[in-house]
Design a protein around this ligand. Structure first.
Ligand code: SAH
Ligand code: DHB
Ligand code: MG
Length: 219
């Protein structure tokens, strides 16, 4: 691809540039992305983000992983790559159609279990064994409640990751009446007020636009 000539080249839109850079790194680094099929919206993490989730899980030595929001199981398959022999990954999905698609994509992957139903209804039924990594990626309006569950199901050293906290920058709008924006703002306030959490936010750009992760380590 012919590229522009640096900052100030208005012919190349930022979005196209992010996508080209995403494609460049994704071809070379996470080149072996997991394959999923099924008719789902294109809202899964990108390949580079999926690899980041895998690396984070490996960095914390995750043997038990919890995911909220499975969709087709794409991020699930990245996270599952980090599991050691005998490790477990539980993924929660509310939508019966997506759950069926994900079950097909996850069939035969060792240690992965999908639990169907709204997460607030299925979380209370999980064994109280703490998880080593918890990836929050279901409905954004409920992120504040999910943080409470994540803390309950954590131990010192657990890493909590929340997706889509930037929302193309909408997160800074304190007057927003978008329940997703309100959810991620409330999540951030709760994380900030929780002395057990050491947290940061990472803004991301790429093929899926402008968004970001919140990362919080439990102590
Ligand atoms: N983690 C996936 C993307 C998840 S998209 C990936 O990156 O590959 C968000 C998912 O959350 C959707 O599949 C949606 O059906 C699911 N979801 C929405 N509300 C939910 C709820 N209350 N409980 C569990 N899952 C929910
Ligand atoms: C959207 C993106 C996501 O990563 C997600 O988990 C849910 C929704 C979206 O762009 O609508
Ligand atoms: Mg997401």
């Amino acid at each position: 691809m012919r590229v522009g000539h640096g900052i100030g080249d208005s012919r190349w839109m930022a979005r196209a540039r992010w996508t080209a850079v995403d494609d460049y790194f994704a071809q070379l680094l996470p080149s072996d992305e997991p394959q999923v099929s099924g008719d789902v919206p294109a809202i899964a993490v990108t390949p580079l983000q999926g690899r980041l989730l895998e690396l984070l899980a490996r960095l914390v030595g995750a043997r038990r992983i919890l995911e909220l929001g499975t969709l087709a199981g794409y991020s699930t398959l990245w996270l599952a790559r980090a599991l050691p022999e005998g490790g477990r990954l539980i993924t929660l999905e509310a939508d019966p159609g997506y759950a069926e698609i994900a079950r097909a994509n996850l069939a035969g992957v060792d240690g992965v279990e999908l639990i169907e139903g709204p997460a607030l209804e299925t979380l209370p039924g999980l064994e109280p064994d703490p998880f080593d990594l918890i990836f929050i990626d279901a409905d954004k309006a409920t992120y504040p409640e999910y943080l409470g569950w994540a803390l309950r199901l954590s131990r010192p050293g657990t890493l909590i990751v929340a997706d889509n906290v930037v929302r193309a920058g909408a997160v800074v709008d304190s007057e927003s009446d978008d329940p997703n924006v309100r959810g991620v703002r409330r999540l951030t306030e709760l994380v900030a007020a929780e002395p057990r959490l050491t947290a940061t936010a990472v803004q991301t750009v790429g093929g899926k636009g402008y968004d970001g992760f919140l990362l919080a380590l439990v102590s």
